[in-house]
Design a protein around this ligand. Structure first.
Ligand SMILES: CC(C)(COP(=O)(O)OP(=O)(O)OC[C@H]1O[C@@H](n2cnc3c(N)ncnc32)[C@H](O)[C@@H]1OP(=O)(O)O)[C@@H](O)C(=O)NCCC(=O)NCCS
Length: 188
């Protein structure tokens, strides 16, 4: 069972600009955390007008990037494409801080839904999103290149207040204990 290793790491979140000298480091982090088609071209992403990309860097060393979150703002939706924490800094609250940043931004910009897909086997990410109140929207069969299913998750926000609106799961995934995320996911 996952247990946080120690108190949260002291990180500062900032929006990544093309002029930031940390850009190569963010690309390296992406390459380290994702395979093939799930990797992102960070330089190309920064240039897109609808991309919002935040990085987490050690407060004591702003060039030491330990995580990032990549999102697209489309109409009244914010899509989380990727969130990643450097493997040497996991379990220290970095992923939580990055998702919290994206949700806070969404709440300030009249977003109605925060949406994402996550590998069915990715229990760490499933649990991370669930801890914010993301609900299960559906399953996309064989969504990934290796044939793994994607779980679609969403978070509904009140566009006036930015508050999270409680939502019911639309897909039932049996044999899952959200407290420890053991077991196998089964759709109904
Ligand atoms: C998913 C990921 C971003 C989590 O980052 P992290 O910095 O280690 O996460 P945090 O320390 O902030 O943990 C936040 C919550 O996530 C969940 N979590 C994180 N790691 C977990 C693990 N190994 N097992 C179970 N739950 C986990 C927990 O709910 C945790 O909250 P808690 O400490 O209150 O229990 C990280 O594991 C990662 O980079 N994975 C590879 C990339 C990836 O798969 N990204 C998701 C793409 S959709």
């Amino acid at each position: 069972m996952f247990r946080r290793l120690s108190s949260p790491l002291d990180v500062t979140i900032r929006a990544l600009r093309s002029t930031d000298s940390a850009v190569p480091r963010v690309q390296q982090l992406d390459n380290r955390c994702f395979q093939g088609g799930e990797r992102s071209d960070i330089v190309a992403e920064i240039d897109r007008p609808f991309t919002y990309l935040w990085i987490a860097a050690l407060s004591a060393d702003p060039q030491c990037v330990v995580g990032y979150i990549l999102t697209w703002h489309v109409a009244d939706e914010l899509h989380i494409l990727n969130v990643a924490t450097d493997p040497d800094h996991r379990g220290l609250g970095v992923g939580h801080a990055l998702v919290a940043q994206a949700i806070a931004w969404a709440g300030q910009h009249h977003v109605q839904s925060v949406l994402l897909e996550v590998r069915r086997s990715n229990l760490a990410a499933l649990r991370l999103y669930r801890s914010f109140g993301f609900f299960l929207r559906g399953l996309r069969k064989e969504y990934y290149g290796d044939g793994e299913d994607a779980v679609e998750m969403g978070l509904v926000l009140d566009p006036k207040t930015g508050d999270i609106v409680a939502s019911r799961d639309e897909v039932r995934l049996e044999e899952v204990s959200w407290s420890n995320m053991t077991g196998v996911l089964h759709d109904k």
